[in-house]
Design a protein around this ligand. Sequence first.
Ligand SMILES: Nc1nc2c(ncn2[C@@H]2O[C@H](COP(=O)(O)OP(=O)(O)OP(=O)(O)O)[C@@H](O)[C@H]2O)c(=O)[nH]1
Ligand SMILES: [Mg+2]
Length: 302
Amino acid sequence: MPEAADTRCGFVALIGAPNAGKSTLVNSLVGSKVTIVSRKVQTTRALIRGVTIVGQSQLIFVDTPGIFAPRRRLDRAMVETAWSGAHDADIVGLLIDARAGLEEEAETILSKLDGVRSRKFLILNKVDVVAKPDLLALTQAANAKGKFEATFMVSALTGDGVADLKRWLADIVPPGPWLYPPDQMSDAPMRQLAAEITREKLYERLHQELPYQSTVETQAWKELRGGAIRIEQTIYVERESQRKIVLGKGGQTIKAIGEAARKEIAEIVEGKVDLFLHVAVREGWGDDPERYRAMGLEFPKD
Ligand SMILES: Nc1nc2c(ncn2[C@@H]2O[C@H](COP(=O)(O)OP(=O)(O)OP(=O)(O)O)[C@@H](O)[C@H]2O)c(=O)[nH]1
Ligand SMILES: [Mg+2]
């Protein structure tokens, strides 16, 4: 590690509407999968940190849940946690899906961003699918509404513009000692990432309301003799009818979810993994403080 006197270190929170590409960008910035991604909105539920080093600077990226008009208790917890991530960061990047432009959710975030005292910059994401003139118009419109130190145009998916953004951040994060060992990319325990990976596979295979009415927890994690890891997870749903859908005909759906999750977890731990998934009906889990603790969320009291 370099001498502390020369180092820089800071928290960079990425906020934005659901589906803007925050998690994809955090993974791209870190160069490894630390947070899950899906085509559906409201995938990320809590603050997820991903760490990377650029020269003498350690950048701690904070992935946040999308900000939208919340209805359920869980929605409120997610939106509150996203704003808390912004307030606590040294630097906040507002991500806008350039294809969607300044839609209602992005406008609402822009209008509240003045209340955040951290340094701010703007990111137009998904430039791989948007024409240049549209990007310039969007840059102007967003900068007219918010005070940003800089605007970046990136594609989190292709990596276009990501290195430039990293270099800029490395120069402006505050001086100070590194907070994580140089080889650490995430501060989440493996059992939490493993639960998130199963949730990602669930989001890929289930539709309508079901993904939003389910949550995944790792119940047991055991290293067996011979090196394999035995993992037990529970998928909580709200109703028996949902349990049946998660299981699928002859157990096909849960099998596919489990197999996809097992493969990915095995790659990350670089070893053999046995994954056992249980599906439990827990009516009202969205109002159960215990589930929020497991997700790393504050429980909104009302
Ligand atoms: N074409 C294109 N698609 C992208 C890009 N970045 C992200 N996506 C896609 O956008 C969708 C949403 O990505 P996420 O990273 O999950 O978005 P998010 O902002 O974290 O979403 P929430 O966690 O729900 O708030 C996924 O299907 C991504 O593959 C990009 O640069 N270009
Ligand atoms: Mg996300």
